[in-house]
Structure formats: C-alpha cells, structure tokens
Design a protein around this ligand. Structure first.
Ligand code: NAD
Length: 488
C-alpha cells in the first residue's frame, strides 16, 4: 500500500535451497515503534506443497549421511550464526520488541548452542539389545529418521525455539519444513542465508513464512508430513491435534503455563527476590516458563511484598536498544490490550495493583511513544478463582498471594489447568523434595529459575503439553524405532 516506504524489508520463502518470492504478503511491525517495517510472505497450500516436495526429494541423501557428517554441518552452521551474533541479536530485538541485551545474551547464544548441542548428542546414542539364549535369539532396536518434519514455532523466543526443533530434526536425518511465527520471521530468514555455506544440502531445511491459519494449517494437513513439532498456545495445539488426527500424525506439543513460585518462610530472600522478579518479568513476561502466581508463606508475606515491589520498580521499561533497559515492548498492540485487560479485571474484582500498569507513570523516549510498552505490574489480594490466577497472561504481570501450610499451597499451586514449570524456595531440603514430587509440573526449579541442562526432558503436564524435548527425548521423537530379532 501507499503507506509502505521503499525501505521495507521483504522476506522470501526458502525452498529447495533457493529464496522464492510469494504472491502476497502480511505486514510485520516493529513493536517498539508501532511501525510496519517488514513484509512476510503470506504462504498457503501451494508454497507448502512445493516445500514438502523439496524436503521429500532431499530426504534419501540426507538420511543416508552418517551422524558424524551431519554433526559437522550442524557445527558449521552454529559457527556461522555465532559469527553474525550481533546482527541476529539486533534483528531479533527489532522484530520482537525484546531488549537487545536479552537477544544478545539469551536468544542468539542459545540458538547457536542448540546446533552445537545436537551436533554432539547425535554421536552418543546407543540402541538396546536383549538376548534369549533358550530360543537362540538376540533382539536389538534400530532407529531411523521419520521423513519430512513439520516445525511450527511461536513469537516469544523466535530463533531460539525454532532452532531447538530444526537442530534435533536434521541431526537425526530428517528433512524439515519450518513455519516461524508470522510476527517474528526475520531471524529465520537470516539463518536461511547461511545454510548453503554451512553445507546443508538444498531441500534439507525449507522455511515457509505465513500465518498459522493458512501456512501452518497447510503443513499440519499435508499427508506427506508424518510428524509435527509445535510450540505455542494450548488453543492452537487443540486445533492442530484435530487437523492432524485423520493422518494419525506424531505430535510434540509445547504449550502455555501458569507457573507458580512457592516461597516458604525459611527461603533466602536475598536470592529469591531478584530471581523471582526476573522469573516474572524477563522478556516482558513473554516466556512460557515465567512465574505468574507467587505463593508466599504468611509470616514473610508483607516483608516479601515490600522488597519484591521495590525490586520490580528497578526494572526500567523503554527503548529495547538501550542497554540500561530491562523491559522492552510487548509483541503487538492486540497483545498489549489483552494483558492490560487482565489488570483491569483484577482491579474490578478488588485486587490491589502494587506497581506498574495504571499506578506508575510510564515515560517513553520520543521515538517509542507508539510502541507497545507496559511497566512490570504486581497484583496482590487476588482470589485463586480469578482469571488472573487461572489463565496465561503472557505479559509483565504477576500475582502475589499468601499461604499458611505446605499441604494447602501444593493444592492451590496444582489448581490450574496448566503444568509447565514451578519454582520452590526453601532452605529445608526435605521439604523441597516433598513439594517438588507433588507438584503437577513438567519442570520444578528449587532455589533457582531457568537453569537448564538440555540433556534432560523439557515439557509440560496437563494443558501445558504432550511429549518432551531434550537429548534423548528429541532423538526418540524425531526417529522411528524398530525391533529386530535374529535367530542363530
Ligand atoms: P500461537 O499458538 O498463536 O502460535 C504459535 C505458532 O502456531 C505460530 O507460528 C502460528 O502462526 C501457528 N499457528 C497458529 N494457528 C495455527 C493453526 N491453526 N495451524 C497451524 N499453525 C498455527 O502461539 P503464540 O501466541 O505465537 O505463542 C505464545 C504461546 O506459546 C504461549 O501460550 C506460550 O506459553 C507458548 N509457548 C510455549 C513454550 C513451551 O516450550 N512450552 C515456549 C514458548 C511459548
């Protein structure tokens, strides 16, 4: 349209090793200015069809390479992304609204690490073998890549989460068709430019850009894509499950959370408070693992609140490229409205807003006046039944409530539909173990947050997902196992 200046960045699909233009595009916004700055292909069935064909054609050669050959290519790709780390970080910050500091220290280093990690782990798997001497038999298992993997990723950690899927999928010998979020497609497109140089053969990694309803659904419904790895919302996962059911597809679903922090009166608050501020507000609260319900034992409740709010107020909100800023812009105008509405609802229900939205002034630099910013917001005296305590808000909003006993807090922490991540703070090792065992949560961090060993399973219970990802788990998901019996 006329409003689009010539300087717009225009992305192209990457299919069969080539960039190909699309016949129509969707706008992508810079969340910190509110300007359209990029056009993303609005792909549909046709583009997905071409990409799946390219991936199918590349499968025989790629799947017959040795793990070592694939490993070397993944390592090369990791080096190339790392070489351009600053450019990737700048692009991720501009596209997503996150701070440049977060993109530089978390998103892009992790994307690099994802490739290195699976380049290494693919070399270390062993299969099973059992013997049956009385029958004269040995049994063993063998694993083979499945085929064309469909990978669908969200907007909050764009390259980080996409590469967490691409790396294990291709390390195992699959070829892929990936669809990043239409709101954050730029870094995936930048990565495509490095594939040839890394030695990834044409057709092994194809990226089709576009919306979930069009491009995403075409991928989910494609009969030649036997597995879908999806990270995103629970609602979309339900739709994907329905749409893929006629084909009996293998699904890995990493979904939303409503993560509790449980803080006992013997917790080390000097560690707990800054970490819980970080677990609540890192990346604007737009991480599936972010804390959004804080249960504090009654004896320390008022002291905790006072210190927690003081710490939250230290987090500066503003221009994401300012290195002193900790809270950048939210992903979109619609999302900002949705998050703000939760705060309004809490207020209407009689909860107290202790800092942030509607309470403190938000001063933004001139260039960011139309950006989608919101201050870190702390809500107290909110009921467990409130939507703010039940639904995923996915923004810089956290609720703090008091509890009395261990038994009570476990029950309350488990009383939501989600079960992704929890944190427990206590100096009592016995209590920490007891509580961790009883929480309905795929991950429990005690006296810390977001310390990850990629070897171990990652994923959620209940509405937070189906399946796990990790060294062994991703290997199992992206390969098909066969049991072979040999009689001698
Ligand atoms: P979303 O579900 O709206 O979109 C995720 C992806 O799915 C996007 O690429 C989107 O285009 C695509 N999509 C949408 N509709 C589709 C359809 N009908 N068929 C196929 N694809 C479709 O999620 P989002 O808003 O981008 O991301 C935020 C959500 O992701 C939050 O709920 C968050 O908790 C969750 N998340 C989970 C994890 C995890 O590991 N568990 C990690 C990050 C984010």
């Amino acid at each position: 349209t006329m409003a689009h200046s010539k300087a717009l960045l225009v992305l192209e699909n990457f299919i069969g090793g080539k960039f190909v233009p699309c016949s129509s595009y969707v706008d992508s916004y810079n969340p910190s200015t509110g300007d359209v700055y990029c056009r993303v292909p609005d792909s549909g069935k046709e583009e997905v069809e071409t990409a799946v064909k390219a991936a199918k054609d590349a499968f025989p050669i790629w799947s017959s390479k040795s793990p070592l050959e694939r490993s070397q290519i993944l390592n090369k790709l990791a080096d190339l992304i790392e070489h351009d780390l600053e450019a990737f970080a700048q692009a991720e910050s501009k596209d997503q609204g996150k701070t440049i500091t977060f993109a530089r220290t978390v998103d892009i280093p992790r994307a690099v690490h994802n490739f290195r990690f699976f380049a290494s782990s693919i070399l270390h798997h062993v299969t099973e073998c059992t013997e049956m001497p009385t029958m004269g038999c040995v049994h063993y298992t063998s694993r083979a890549p499945v085929g064309v993997a469909g990978l669908i990723s969200p907007w909050n950690l764009p390259l980080y989460l996409l590469t967490w899927k691409i790396a294990p999928a291709i390390a195992c010998g699959n070829t892929v068709v990936a669809k990043p979020s239409e709101m954050t497609s730029v870094t995936a497109w930048m990565m495509c430019k490095l594939l040839e140089k890394a030695g990834v053969p044409p057709g092994v990694v194809n990226v089709v850009f576009g919306t979930g309803a069009k491009a995403g659904e075409a991928l989910v419904c494609h009969p030649d894509v036997p597995l879908i790895s999806f990270t995103g919302s629970t609602l979309t996962a339900q739709r994907i499950t329905e749409k893929s059911a006629p084909h009996c597809k293998r699904l890995s679903l990493e979904l939303g959370g409503k993560n509790p922090a449980i803080i006992f009166d013997d917790a080390d608050l000097s560690q707990c408070i800054p970490t819980t501020v970080r677990s609540s507000f890192a990346n604007q609260g737009e991480i599936c693992l972010c804390t959004s319900r804080i249960f504090v034992q009654r004896g320390i409740y008022s002291e905790f609140l006072k210190r927690f709010v003081a710490e939250a107020k230290k987090w500066k909100t503003g221009n994401p490229s300012d290195p002193t800023v900790s809270v950048g812009a939210l992903i979109s105008k619609e999302h900002l409205e949705k998050v703000r509405n939760y705060v309004k609802k809490a207020q209407a229900e009689g909860a107290r807003i202790l800092c942030g939205e509607g309470v403190d002034p938000l001063a933004l630099p001139p260039g960011n006046q139309k950006g989608y910013f919101m201050l870190p917001t702390v809500i107290a005296e909110v009921k467990d039944e409130s939507c703010c305590m039940q639904e995923e808000i996915f923004g810089p909003v956290t609720c703090v409530v008091a509890f009395d006993t261990e038994e009570e807090v476990i029950k309350r922490a488990n009383s939501v539909k989600y079960g992704l991540a929890a944190t427990v703070w206590s100096g009592n090792v016995g209590r920490v173990h007891r509580v961790a065992h009883r929480l309905q949560s795929g991950l429990v961090w005690t006296n810390c947050w977001l310390v990850r060993d990629l070897n171990l399973p990652f994923g959620g219970m209940k509405a937070s997902g189906v399946g796990r990802e990790g060294a062994k788990d991703s290997y199992e998901f992206f390969t098909e196992v066969k049991t072979i019996t040999i009689k001698h």
